[in-house]
Design a protein around this ligand. Structure first.
Ligand SMILES: *Cc1c(COP(=O)(O)O)cnc(C)c1O
Length: 361
């Protein structure tokens, strides 16, 4: 059986160093907002090439706190791709803001910059982009549109640690980069964790206050805040893994290139474009008989996933919020997409076997 993912196996390389890390943190006796968080924030900001990083509890909170920092009015509009994980949309709705869906480019699966301007109104305040599957959005074009219309830009970088366009990494283009370190992400913790990156010192200060009860000085609360802190233990584990992130990425890129070269053309493969460095959080192919294909692979001992089976506007939770939206491109992707195994622990042989079985479909 080739599994889609096995976190125990993917994390096995880090076990010995994590044991020593656990001992250090445990014996250090300081478990919230201490030196391990500070250290990781410096390292991760440095990794992304951005000036500041603030550790938070998870990726959804990273998005929520980013939006919260702008003092938008309830009902203000945020432009967001129609084919994203629900968290992106939830962060907008949880801020009493209105999500305005823009369809993706059918080739890149990322928000289509050519369709953004027609959705801008007098109430539009921000564009929340998602670097889906580990590929950057067309950030050069999107930043030009944002500047022209005086809009804030938040990047959902949950799937794009280290991905870049023209050597500028995810989390370093907009006002904020929001990261998740959910265990399956390319840089994954042993539990929930997240971070916000920015190059603006006043926005950085706002996130730090919001994540810690609206407080800068202990027991003095300036704004209505949250408890959304990154744990010391997770930060310490993340510092260990961050040293290997380029290796993790290179491994996934190598597996992706095997698929790219080996799969027959009847499968629609992810596009690669000059200037874009993709990190393949997910390697998805598209096929009109997706469900039969998934079952065929399972019968041949290969597990796959679907990211995602239902588009956000078709979710029950979005009734009265997004159910009026027509998103044919997004739905075509949801209907035909299939994610193939591409974990850090998968070997080239595993992938060769997947290719072999797929090509006989
Ligand atoms: C994983 C993910 C999130 C949410 O991250 P959590 O840490 O699970 O809250 C947000 N957006 C995208 C695109 C994701 O893939």
């Amino acid at each position: 059986m080739i599994e889609y993912e096995n976190l125990s196996k993917a994390n096995a390389t880090f076990f010995t160093e994590y044991e020593a890390t656990f001992k250090n943190v445990m014996e250090g006796g300081w478990y919230i907002l201490g030196n391990s968080v500070k250290q990781f924030e410096l390292e991760f900001a440095n990794y992304c090439g951005s000036q500041y990083c603030s550790g938070v509890a998870n990726g959804l909170d990273a998005l929520i706190l980013s939006l919260k920092s702008f003092d938008f009015e309830p009902g203000d509009e945020v432009i967001v791709p129609s084919n994203t994980y629900i968290a992106t949309i939830l962060s907008i709705v949880q801020n009493q803001l209105t999500p305005v869906l823009v369809e993706p480019d059918i080739n890149t699966y990322n928000i289509d910059p050519a369709k953004i301007e027609e959705k801008i109104t007098s109430r539009t305040r921000a564009i929340m982009v998602v670097h889906l599957y580990g590929k950057l959005c067309a950030m050069d074009k999107i930043m030009a549109i944002a500047t022209k219309h005086n809009l804030k830009v938040i990047e959902d970088c949950a799937q794009a640690h280290g991905a870049s366009l023209n050597n500028k990494k995810a989390g370093n283009w907009g006002h904020f980069g929001a990261f998740s370190f959910y265990p399956t992400k390319n840089l994954g913790a042993i539990g929930d964790a997240g971070a916000v990156t920015t190059n603006d010192d006043s926005l950085f200060a706002k996130i730090n206050v919001f994540r810690n009860y609206g407080s800068h000085v202990k027991y003095h609360n300036e704004v209505v805040g949250f408890n959304s802190r990154l744990d010391e233990i997770q930060a310490a584990f993340l510092s260990v893994k961050l040293k290997q992130l380029d290796e993790i990425t290179a491994h996934k890129q190598q597996l992706a290139s095997l698929y790219h070269q080996g799969l027959k053309p009847s499968f629609i493969k992810p596009v690669t474009e000059p200037g874009y460095e993709d990190v393949y959080h997910i390697y998805c192919i598209r096929h009109p008989q997706r469900d039969q294909l998934k079952e065929y692979l399972l019968n041949n001992g290969i597990k796959t996933e679907i990211h995602y089976p239902v588009s956000p506007n078709k979710q029950k939770a979005m009734k009265g919020i997004l159910d009026h939206c027509e998103t044919p491109i997004s739905e075509e992707i949801h209907r035909t997409t299939l994610s193939l195994p591409i974990s850090f622990y998968h070997s080239q042989n595993d992938i060769e076997r997947v290719i072999d079985v797929l090509n006989r479909f």
